[in-house]
Ligand binder design. Sequence first.
Ligand code: G1P
Length: 294
Amino acid sequence: MTKRVRKAIFPVGGLGTRFLPATKAMPKEMLPVVDKPLVQYAVEEARAAGIEQFIFVTGRGKQAIEDHFDHSYELHQVLSQREKYDLLALIADIRLPAGSVTYTRQPEALGLGHAVWCARDLVGNEPFAVLLADDLILSDQPCLKQMCEAHASVGGSMVAVMDVLPEHTQRYGIVAPGPIGGDPKLVPVLGLVEKPKPEAAPSTLAVIGRYIIDGAVFAELDRRETGAGGEIQLTDALARLIGRQPFHGYRFAGERFDCGDKVGFLEAQLAFALQRPDLADHVKAFLPRYAAST
Ligand code: G1P
C-alpha cells in the first residue's frame, strides 16, 4: 500500500537577487501577494493536502520566516486589548502546531537537490512533498492535494507539470513523457532533463515546483553530483529513480504564477486581488485607467 505523504520540505534558502532591493534584508519568500507572504500560501497548500510535518530549509537572514509561523506575543496582546477579534483569528490561523515545524540550514547555496538533501534525516525513508514558494498556484483544489490524491493510487514519485513555450524550456526541468494511460492528468515520465535548450528538450512539458518524492531519492542525492549551472540538481537525482518505481507528471488543474519573476509576480497580484470580494471591484475599476494611460 502507498504510504501517505505526511512531511513537506520548503526550500527557502535562496537569496532572491531578482527582487533587490526589496529582498536585501527580507526573505524573498516573505514578499506578499496582496497581503499574504508567498511562503504562507505554500504552507496553507500543504496543510490542505494533509501535511503534518513542515520542514524549512533556510539560510542566513531568513528569521522572519520562523517568526511568521510562530506566536507573536506582543501582537496578540495589542490586538486583544483593542478587541480586534477578526485579526486575532487571522494570526492564530498562521501558527503551525507545536512540534510540527522544523528549521534546518543549508550552509551553502549548492542547488535545490542539496537543499532537499539537507532535510534527509528529518524526512527518513518515506514519501515526502517539496513545495517551491516561488511557484504560486491559483486553483479550486490546492495543487498538492490534487497530487496527493493521485499519488495514493499510483505511488512512487510525482512532479507537477504544465506546458510551456518552446523558448522557455531552459528555465525548467523538462519531462520526456510516455503514453497516457487511463487518467489524462497522469503522464508517465520516461526521462527528466534540467533546463535543456529548446533544441535538446524532450518536450515542452515542464516541472513546476510541487513534488511528491520517494525517500529513495536521498541515496541519489548522497552522490552530490553537480549538473546544470554547476549545482546539485533535484531533477538529476529524480531522473535516476525513473524505471525503478512509478514516476508520473501530474497535469494539475489551476493557474501557476512564476513569482520568482517580476512580471509573473505582478500578474499574481492582480489575479489574486481579483479573487477577493473586498478588492475585485476596485481593481476592475482602476486597471483600465492605467492600461489606457500608457
Ligand atoms: C527549479 C527546478 C526546475 C523546476 C523549477 C520550477 O528551478 O530546478 O526543475 O522546473 O524550479 O519552478 P529554479 O526555478 O529554482 O531555477
